[in-house]
Design a protein around this ligand. Structure first.
Ligand code: ARG
Length: 471
């Protein structure tokens, strides 16, 4: 390596404290303004952008072919060294861009100094982040699909597994476990759509905007855009170097996705509690307590729920960062990276955790079934039955309310009452009522698009498989 890690000589000098003061301030400002500590993770994107830029400069005659080759070979070798952990990042060189460029010059000499012709770190960094996010988005999209695949498989297995459905966290009507899982699937499908929308809009090349106004060299922005896999160049140089909408969109996507995972997490936490006892989460997703031997804590869903806070925070950071910024580039924008990176890392990890955990969930079917039975979950079905016998819905509602009151006092579910007992509430009730009072009858009756009937859940599963296969 050509760079030295030694601190610079004390330029200020003579008095001990004065020199010390001046040196200390410089060193601090250097550290304060540097971004290399976190933007070095974009080195592959930075090198890709530089290679595209040098290639274009050669094809428009600003660089010779030999110069281009020296630059491309030099950058390729630098990338290999960074990949191998053999590169020394220097805070004196502020950021990933200047570290790589200065190393290039150290290796290939004056030709290295020509790389920055016709560009600025302003368009360079805007390019790098877009490339970085595009790569991250592609990974995250796969992780969402993986998680959704697990949900669909579990939903298919449990298309007829009955559980209580809740509103206000009170037993409302029976649903199937498969239906509940497919609700999570829907949330994730919207997340996937938002992610792809974000990718589509960010996939434009800001390279060539230079510092803010464009450049006097005869650059070919179409060519660099193509070399980097962008759909086309951005249309306005001022906007190009200052726009971070793609970061805001990604952060919004991430916050909404995490909100969804937090909701699922909350349900998993509830369901694993002794009070619900609906599911078993394998031990590998849980931890014990150092003091209470009986404990098996659902750490993974709890942590995912907790991490939602930082991802929502990252969105707020970025929105606040961009608020009121005048055109064009401002150093403020250096603050965009850590929230983006943190959201990328957190979303990736949480999707991985969920992707592993979901297929491992073991529902306790009998417990879920009993819980559905206990909560008068078929009360609405009885009311609907009375309506079919010619009673107005409001009256039916009242009749059933009385029957439920009797059930609460006598400890009987509606399906456990005798025909005589039920007829005491309405003479419209016949022996055929018991078909609708069963949990199976209740879910099977909700047989329309989006309903909880096992047939509909299977239909939703089939549609989902098609959707996933088409990605
Ligand atoms: N490290 C800077 C950033 O992250 C790169 C751009 C610097 N541009 C400048 N004019 N100081 O935004």
């Amino acid at each position: 390596m050509s760079h030295s890690s030694e601190t610079k000589p004390n330029a200020a000098g003579s008095t001990l404290w004065g020199g010390r003061f001046s040196e200390a301030t410089d060193a601090f400002v250097q550290r304060f303004t540097a971004s290399v500590g976190f933007d070095q993770r974009m080195y592959r994107q930075d090198i890709r952008g530089s290679i595209a830029h040098a290639t274009m400069l050669a094809s428009v005659g600003v660089l010779t072919e030999a110069e281009k080759t020296a630059i491309v070979d030099g950058l390729t070798a630098i990338q290999a060294d960074i990949d191998a952990g053999q590169f020394q990042w220097l805070v004196e060189l502020e950021d990933v861009h200047m570290n790589i460029e200065s190393e290039l010059t150290a290796r290939i000499g004056i030709t290295g100094k020509k790389l920055h012709t016709g560009r600025s770190r302003n368009d360079q960094v805007a390019t790098d982040i877009r490339l970085y996010l595009r790569d991250a988005i592609d990974d995250i999209a796969l992780a969402i699909t993986h998680l959704q695949t697990g949900l669909v498989q579990l939903a298919e297995t449990h298309a007829d597994t009955i559980m209580p459905g809740f509103t206000h966290l009170q037993t409302a009507q029976p649903v199937t476990f498969g239906h509940h899982l497919m609700a999570w699937y829907e949330m994730l499908s919207r997340d996937y759509g938002r992610l792809l929308g974000c990718r589509r809009r960010l996939n434009q090349s800001p390279l060539g905007a230079a510092a803010l106004a464009g450049t006097t060299y005869p650059i070919n922005r179409q060519q660099t855009a193509e070399l980097m896999g962008f759909n086309h160049p951005t249309r306005n140089s001022l906007d190009s170097v200052s726009d971070r909408d793609f970061a805001l969109e990604f952060a919004s996507f991430a916050a909404i996705l995490m909100t969804h995972l937090s909701r699922a997490s909350e349900e998993l936490v509830l369901w694993t509690s002794a009070q619900f006892n609906f599911i078993d989460l394998p031990d590998r997703f849980c931890t014990g307590s150092s003091i209470m031997p009986q404990k098996k804590n659902p750490d993974v869903p709890e942590l995912v729920r907790g991490k939602t806070g930082r991802v929502t925070g990252n969105l707020m950071s970025l929105l606040t960062l961009m608020k009121s910024q005048p055109l064009a580039y401002n150093k403020d924008n250096q603050e965009d990276k850590e929230p983006i990176f943190d959201s990328v890392d957190t979303v990736r990890d949480c999707l991985r955790a969920f992707g592993d955990m979901i297929p491992a969930i073991k529902p306790r079917k009998a417990v879920m079934y009993e819980a559905a039975k206990r909560g008068f979950a078929t009360a609405t079905d009885l009311a609907d039955y009375l309506v079919r016998k010619g009673i107005a819905f409001r009256d039916a509602h009242e009749i059933v309310g009385k029957a439920v009151g009797f059930g609460v006092n006598s400890g009987k579910d509606l399906s456990e009452m005798t025909l005589q007992e039920l007829q005491g509430f309405s003479t419209a009730i016949d022996a055929d009522v018991f078909a609708v009072l069963t949990l199976e009858g209740s879910v099977a009756a909700r047989n329309h698009i989006g309903g909880t009937a096992p047939a509909q859940v299977r239909f939703a599963v089939a549609e989902a498989k098609l959707e996933l296969a088409g990605r």
